[in-house]
Structures are given as structure tokens and as C-alpha cells.
Design a protein around this ligand. Sequence first.
Ligand SMILES: [Zn+2]
Ligand SMILES: [Zn+2]
Length: 252
Amino acid sequence: MLIDTHCHLYYEDLKNDIYNVINRASDLGVNKFICVSTNLNDAEECIELAKNFEPIWATAGIHPHDAKSAPIKFENKLKSLLNNKKIVAVGEIGLDYFRGLTDQKIQKKYFRKQLEIAAEMDLPIVFHNREADEDIISILSDFPGLKGVAHCFSSTIETAEKLIELGFLISFSGNLTFKNSKLPEVASKISLRNLLVETDSPYLSPTPFRGKPNEPARVRYVAEKLADINNCTLEEVAKRTSENAIKLFKIV
Ligand SMILES: [Zn+2]
Ligand SMILES: [Zn+2]
């Protein structure tokens, strides 16, 4: 069994075809899905999908890109969403200095406030980091004991090691399979004990589907790449990463 720990199933093309999306995933051994929100509105859609489909779980949180248009007082609304039974994490939250759609100060403010809520509600976090390694590590260091995952990891091995030391898992997506990617080298130095796999659907389709819309079934290709890198079987990667996901998100 494989778990796609990060997909955005509320995008029209996925949502309108959800039965087939789930069936195609199941054909490739992908049986559980974490539907990740990026703002308070799509969090409701994630929860709705999770309510209607047993193998889907949901997160609620405000993405750094969405922080610029998020309500200033979002805490109560977010907390009430997080109280839903099928919510498994606060996310995706984080910092994105690459696209920089939101002022860095505002990004940091929303990140910190949501980390406080995660700590208070004892929930893991799903975080996004583009070119913000230093600030991510420094802010997360202020929240000892917090668990979570560095989603779509694309930084250096030094950053991965620091995050693991802080208690976080590292998740790879389709970009692990891209030609000329430096990530296989990074992945080869991380124990399966600390890894998750994801698609980030509909983005980041793995090779050989690069450039096409992605879907959860293709987390299989990410796992195959990890098996290749670790010189082990796909079953081993599936078992270890699924155990990690089940433990982190407390799903059954
Ligand atoms: Zn992201
Ligand atoms: Zn995402």
C-alpha cells in the first residue's frame, strides 16, 4: 500500500473525476490520500471530500501565497475547521521566497500563528518551503515537540538533516524523478525511516508524465525512484513510507 500524503483533490479536473482518480490509484497500489488545503475556502472542500470518501483525509491551513488575501482574524475559523474528525494536520503552511507572492513579513506572521495553533491543538503540520531554509529552520526551532512534514522537499541535505533533527519528516514528490535533478543524491542520504511520498497533484507530474496534469496514482513513480535510489524493493518503500504516514497523521 502507498499513501499519497499531499494532493489537492479539489481542483476541478480531479474532483469531477474523483471515482476514476481513486480507482486508477488503487490499480497502482495507492490506497490513501491526504487532501491538502491552501486557504480556508478550499479547506472546506477538502473536508467535504474526506467526508464523502473513506480513503481521503484532509488538512486545513493558509499557504504562504494565500496569506496576502487571507482574513486578518482567521484563528477561530481555522480552529473550527481543524476540529473536524477527518482533519489530520495543519497545512499547507510555510514560506515561499521563490515566487514571493506575499510579503515575507506577512508570510512569517501567518506561519507562526498557525504553528501556535498546531501546537495548541496537538496536530502535525504540512509545510511548504521554497528558498526560505534559514527562516523555516529558525522559526520551527521555536516550536520544540511539533511534528510534521517538509512537503515537496527541494533543498539541500544539510537542511534535511536539520529538519529531521527537529523531528520532521521529509517528503519527496515527482521532482525527485526529473532528469538532472540533484534530489536523488539528497534522498540517498536520508533513511526511509524519515521519508514520505506525495504527488502534489495536480502539479509536478513525475517522469514520464512531466508537464501533464498529475494525479495520486503517480505517487507510485516517486516510490519506485526511491526504491531505485535505496537499492531496495518498491514493497519496502511502500511499507516504510506508509507506516511513517500512518503514525504521523494518525490515520487507520
Ligand atoms: Zn506546496
Ligand atoms: Zn501542495
